[in-house]
Design a protein around this ligand. Structure first.
Ligand SMILES: C[S@@+](CC[C@H](N)C(=O)[O-])C[C@H]1O[C@@H](n2cnc3c(N)ncnc32)[C@H](O)[C@@H]1O
Length: 243
């Protein structure tokens, strides 16, 4: 790692290499197959949509998509994957969201809920989602399992160069969180993004869902080619009441 570096907002710089490192076409296909089984309706809000691979795939399957993310840079990449006007992309914070409209179903994919740093933030997120669904609407999300904290007691390091941009990805377990330190060597000084993903107990999430008007079921990964088996819990929450 270079001596000088700049601390930046999450996904501000990672956005330019995110797809090259994390892109997983086959994974997106398996995820969207699962969603086709569990979502209701056609109007879908994709929270923390990132660079939009899942959003675009669902749109191609006939869903009317709105993708929302905190990172303008991730959204800029997402917008290049579709024709103008086909998908609405919005910049915003899913934890405290009020778009003033409802969707048939809401998705939040690929451990994005793990970015909530407290149970209070998760509660606010569930309240936000409740606000955007009708009774009977479905909220689907996945969440790093507790076991992942043990997996990264020994730090994980990956280095590489993609499209002329170098990176070093360091993951270490600092319970209750996984800390990802991503150093990106672009044209200027290296930039460092620190991504903290918190892992709370399964029971705590289930209780919060119930308290925020949802009936919760766990999605069985074995029905979907072992999607995230032993890695992430997958939740299907159906809205029962307003909160
Ligand atoms: C691991 S990426 C997943 C992106 C996408 N869902 C996917 O499946 O590839 C996490 C995303 O969550 C977004 N994010 C984190 N906290 C957020 C928040 N409070 N509101 C909206 N987006 C958020 C980040 O900007 C990033 O794009």
């Amino acid at each position: 790692m270079g001596g000088l570096s700049e601390e930046t907002l999450n996904y501000q710089h990672l956005a330019m290499i995110y797809d090259a490192i994390m892109g997983d076409h086959e994974g997106v296909m398996r995820y969207s197959k699962m969603l086709q089984d569990v979502l209701v309706g056609k109007r879908i809000l994709d929270l923390a949509c990132g660079t939009g691979d899942l959003t675009v795939t669902l749109n191609n399957l006939g869903y009317l998509m709105t993708g929302l993310d905190l990172s303008e840079q991730m959204l800029e990449v997402a917008k290049t994957k579709t024709e103008p006007g086909k998908i609405r992309f919005l910049c915003g914070n899913m934890i405290n969201l009020n778009l003033g409209e409802v969707f048939d179903s809401v998705v939040c994919a690929n451990d994005s809920v793990n970015y909530c740093s407290s149970l209070e933030q998760i509660a606010n997120l569930f309240e936000s989602v409740n606000r955007h669904l009708p009774i009977g609407g479905i909220f689907v999300f996945d969440y790093h399992q507790k076991a992942r904290l043990a997996e990264f007691i020994e730090p994980f390091d990956e280095e590489g160069v993609v499209g002329g941009v170098g990176y070093w990805w360091h993951i270490v377990s600092e319970p209750p969180m996984l800390r990802h330190t991503v150093t990106i060597y672009g044209s200027g000084y290296p930039v460092v993004e620190t991504h903290d993903q918190y892992i709370f107990e399964l029971k705590e999430l289930q209780t919060l869902l119930e308290e925020h008007g949802f009936r919760c079921e766990m999605i069985d990964p074995t029905n979907y080619d072992d999607l995230y088996l032993d890695e992430k819990w997958m939740f299907k929450a159906q809205k029962e009441r307003n909160v």
